[in-house]
Design a protein around this ligand. Sequence first.
Ligand code: COS
Length: 388
Amino acid sequence: MSDKSYLEWPFFEERHRKLEAELDAWARDNVTAEHGDLDSACRELVAKLGAAGWLRYSVGGTAYGGAHETIDTRSICLLRETLARHSSLADFAFAMQGLGSGAVTLYGNDEQKRRYLTRVARGEALPAFALSEPGSGSDVAAMACSARLDGDHYVLEGEKSWISNGGIADFYVVFARTGEAPGARGLSAFIVDADTPGLEIAERIEVIAPHPLARLRFTDCRVPRSAMLGTPGLGFKVAMQTLDIFRTSVAAASLGFARHALDEALRRATTRDMFQQKLADFQITQVKLAQMATSVDSSALLTYRAAWRRDQGHKVTREAAMAKMTATESAQQVIDAAVQIWGGCGVVSNHPVERLYREIRALRIYEGATEVQQLIIARQTLKAYEEG
Ligand code: COS
């Protein structure tokens, strides 16, 4: 049984503790780490999560099916942490409903929210967030995909890569260069339905821990002006503000993986006989367990600080970056230690710790690699110093 004492921390309210307990019980009965065909498994998970009401937390606005008027960051973090403890694909399915539609929650008008968020919250539509490109991942402002105004339409040309839910999404939030100014100030965001002529799935990408992922190609892809989110030139800020919410939730998912790994390590260490004692009796094992437990708690403190501060109405670019960097990097170490404690069994395909070892890796890269988080933290720290 995972340590739940963190729920007593002052970041949480009674409703958060209730949410975590109900979700944990639901996840035990409804999700498993094993799955068959990836695309159908994801669609089924989204439908299940929607029917059970959990996706209401992934969107903001009660008029559009949301659980709250704005996204409650602590709730989505608790949801991701708990789901990630049970199944990485269930966490992925939940996370994408939020990340993919986050820009609509933040910048959509009433018509856009009614049309898209309502279905996302019920699990009836799958969204995707299309920001990265083959030639621009970390450097968002260098993107090449363009959107040219032609009468009442924008015409999209270019490619997007590493798009999670690519190939199974019902709509994509696409960022493209509209050219109001150079660099970051000349980008805009659009909602593009998956069946729009000119949008094709150029390639499905297989990765170390499989989830639906694709490269998209836009060729003379026409979307109405009304598909724009916010105003022309606002795209970079739309993307960054969306990431400010969901980067914290990536930290929470890493925390779920790390807690699972620690539980597995404790199970092994307390039952495995070695040299006439249990593995846990060796101080060398205890050092590992101490480091693992401390890493889990320090990641949890940073994660829920960022979530709590955002829910208090503060800008959390710095806090979210610290949480994502620390939680993903330390989860990798915690999981590696769990593999070591499990010995040969830990590297057998599909053993829980072997799976975790593969599942954590991408989290140190997507939604801003560790190096991008370091850049953000350093810039914010220098800025605060210079401003006195
Ligand atoms: N919220 C609101 N506005 C923000 C912001 C945020 N979190 N971050 C930056 N901005 C604003 C800046 O204030 C600046 O505005 P002005 O032009 O009005 O001054 C503008 O956006 C440009 O910001 P900046 O100069 O910091 O942009 P850079 O091009 O230097 O890029 C990084 C900044 C590297 C942080 C950004 O490109 C990034 O996050 N890259 C990683 C992208 C990523 O996560 N990719 C994964 C895709 S999802 S799987």
